[in-house]
Write a protein that binds this ligand. Structure first.
Ligand SMILES: NC(=O)c1ccc[n+]([C@@H]2O[C@H](COP(=O)([O-])OP(=O)(O)OC[C@H]3O[C@@H](n4cnc5c(N)ncnc54)[C@H](OP(=O)(O)O)[C@@H]3O)[C@@H](O)[C@H]2O)c1
Length: 225
């Protein structure tokens, strides 16, 4: 079976993506919560934990060193905080960019040879905040706009030469721990029934991942009804 590496697979959209791809892919489950990764791996037919701190370039290089062929790389790991720019310190901006941008860029760079070998695919979980930047969403929206630009350049550089397909998924609010944090930052209730289910975002990811070879899903937007 083709090999998929999914970051952020210990929870939320990444864990739902692992379940959605379990019948079509061998899975490497990225995250830091080793117990959660082991528990998910145990319920899937062909999955292994891939625990790594994504903001540690040395750890990333070590964790990717043995991966000669990767068919699919799904970047789901991310962090979000909401608040006015007046309170967004340099540390807040750096932390957001480290996880949401630099880690994605560096992991992709390290795996490019393995992805070129398979004419593989990179799927980046962006956000509605990467399409429209609203008050309160400064560092997060900026990081997701950067991620969108990165994906567009990666597609332009790789698809014509190596055949790697690059898909950006733009989900709206989704019922995960991240959304619980966002709602707390907003001083509002968290009602998961108002949001997308992670499984619904994973269904869009699966659609892009299982596209026929001549089809390239470049962008998919998923909004709650
Ligand atoms: N939830 C939403 O409303 C929403 C909407 C639009 C877009 N998104 C995007 O969707 C993606 C997934 O979000 P989610 O809601 O599923 O988030 P989540 O439930 O909070 O899960 C975040 C995941 O990212 C991993 N992670 C965070 N920092 C990491 C680091 N430094 N190193 C390694 N792993 C790290 C976490 O791993 P550990 O727990 O193991 O540390 C966890 O698996 C994100 O990119 C997010 O921006 C979410």
């Amino acid at each position: 079976m083709p090999l998929a590496l999914i970051t952020g697979a210990s929870r939320g959209i990444g864990a739902a993506t692992a379940r959605a791809l379990a019948d079509t892919h061998s899975l490497l489950l990225g995250g830091r919560d080793t117990a959660a990764l082991e528990s998910l791996a145990a319920e899937l037919p062909d999955a292994r934990p891939w625990p790594v701190e994504l903001t540690d370039p040395t750890a990333l290089a070590a964790a990717t060193a043995d991966l000669a062929e990767v068919d699919l790389l799904v970047h789901s790991a991310g962090i979000a905080r909401v608040g006015p720019l007046a309170e967004a310190t340099a540390a807040r901006w750096r932390e957001m960019y480290e996880v949401n941008v630099i880690a994605v860029v560096e992991l992709t760079r390290l795996l490019l040879p393995a992805l070129r070998t398979t004419k593989g695919q990179v799927i980046l979980i962006n956000s509605g905040a990467g399409q429209n930047a609203h008050p309160g969403w400064g560092p997060y929206a900026a990081s997701k706009f950067a991620l969108r630009a990165y994906a567009d350049v990666l597609r332009g550089e790789e698809t014509p030469t190596s055949g790697i397909r690059v898909t950006t998924i733009f989900p709206g609010r989704t019922a995960t721990d991240m959304q619980r944090t966002v709602r707390a930052d907003e001083g509002a209730d968290y009602d998961p029934t108002r949001y997308l289910r992670p499984e619904s975002v994973a269904a869009a990811i699966r659609t892009a991942a299982l596209a026929t070879p001549e089809a390239h899903f470049t962008e998919i937007t998923v909004r709650p009804t």
